[in-house]
Design a protein around this ligand. Structure first.
Ligand SMILES: [Zn+2]
Length: 379
């Protein structure tokens, strides 16, 4: 057994307790106070393990953290990523929010992705053994990954400024038993606003122009453009004021997914076309960007890094892993965007993220920490 594995086994109970503790602090992306309270806990825990911690404050979001293990070998640093927010409203899991049963941890964020925070810190502490050689490791913890609109573009710039110059990035997002992530779709959230002409539904029906009818044409036309590379989901609509009034306004919120920058341009052109052309006389429309996360493009460098991770996993006796491209976004997009080879979904294995059934396999905390630690030494 390697000394890293022995160290991880010895540290495991402390980190399992830490994992449970941060999951009990329920932290939806919108709750700045709860996120800052959790950041206090993570900061104190990390400082007690000998890591240096820096905090970045935001007026409208929780603090982000950079936790650093200063290396003793002369080489580029390694960036680790995870996030501290969840999609769950406080109380959604009942009381107590976190429970353990038959080797499985249940609770808000156990899988996506507080298990990843614990795995990264455990890997860092395991690396920092006396007489061992390791590079500098920077763990960058986002407080607004799930929503993205509270910090906005500054969030991406912050991650990129901390990760820049790294020889590799590992994102400890929710892990799968049989695969890691080498590519992810980007997400453009856009609002289309349709304007019509209001009128009495009985007396002026034919003189008025229904913004909702025009929106219906646009939804059908836009979603018809979806294919295996780019998809348009009109997931929210708001319009009208009463059933006896021809509506003069309707807003559609569209979630656009794409695989690379060229497809994003293509999608924006499609939104231009859809808004410029009206089917209902006297209606007009415009669209605006609400939020944009670039795609984690599946680069040759990501695939090469994946091969290193796979080889390491097999040598450690861990299950084989496949390289996957996924539809869900993550912060890995930002490290790939600045040319850093990145592998995502390195966190503990679990299931049912973004639902109240969210769960994670407790023992995979040790497996994934070991994999992270050995990969950090190897790349
Ligand atoms: Zn996540």
């Amino acid at each position: 057994m390697t000394s890293t594995r022995r160290r991880i086994e010895a540290l495991f109970p402390t980190y399992l307790e830490f994992w449970e503790t941060i999951c009990r602090l329920e932290t939806p992306s919108c709750d700045r106070a709860a996120l800052n309270q959790q950041a206090d806990v993570i900061e104190a825990f990390s400082a007690a393990r000998g890591f240096s911690v820096r905090r970045q404050h935001y007026a409208a979001a929780g603090d982000t953290l950079v936790i650093e293990l200063s290396g003793n070998v002369h080489k580029k640093h390694i960036a680790l990523l995870a996030h501290m927010d969840t999609v769950h409203a406080p109380g959604a899991f009942g009381e107590p929010p976190v429970r353990k049963e038959n080797g499985i941890l249940y609770g808000p964020g156990v899988f996506d992705c507080k298990g990843g925070i614990a795995a990264c810190l455990l890997a860092m502490e395991a690396l920092a053994a006396p007489n061992s050689a390791y590079p500098t490791v920077k763990l960058i913890l986002n407080s607004d990954e799930e929503d993205g609109s509270f910090i906005g573009e500054d969030g991406a710039l912050f991650i990129q400024s901390e990760a820049r110059g790294a020889c590799a990035a590992f994102n400890a997002e929710a892990g799968r038993a049989d695969s890691l992530t080498v590519g992810r779709k980007g997400i453009l959230t856009a609002e289309i606003q349709v304007f019509g002409k209001a009128g009495h539904a009985g007396n002026a029906y034919f003189q008025a122009a229904s913004a909702i009818r025009e929106a219906a044409h646009k939804i059908i036309a836009l979603e018809a453009k979806s294919n295996e590379h780019i998809t348009y989901n009109c997931g929210l609509i708001h319009g009208g004021s009463a059933s006896n009034i021809v509506p003069d306004e309707c807003r559609i919120t569209v979630d656009v997914r794409f695989q690379n920058a060229a497809q994003l341009q293509q999608a924006m052109k499609a939104l231009d076309e859809i808004t410029q052309n009206s089917s209902v006389k006297d209606c007009r429309a415009e669209w605006r960007k609400q939020n944009l996360r670039p795609a984690m493009e599946c680069t040759a460098e990501n695939l090469k890094l994946f091969q290193t991770v796979l080889q390491t996993a097999l040598e450690l006796g861990l299950p084989p892993l496949l390289p996957m491209e996924r539809g869900g976004g993550s912060d890995s997009a930002f490290t790939v965007e600045i040319g850093i080879p990145t592998v995502c979904s390195m966190g503990p294995v679990g299931r049912y993220e973004h639902t109240v059934r969210e769960e994670a396999d407790i023992n995979t905390l040790a497996d994934r920490a070991l994999l992270l630690a050995e990969c950090i030494k190897r790349v």
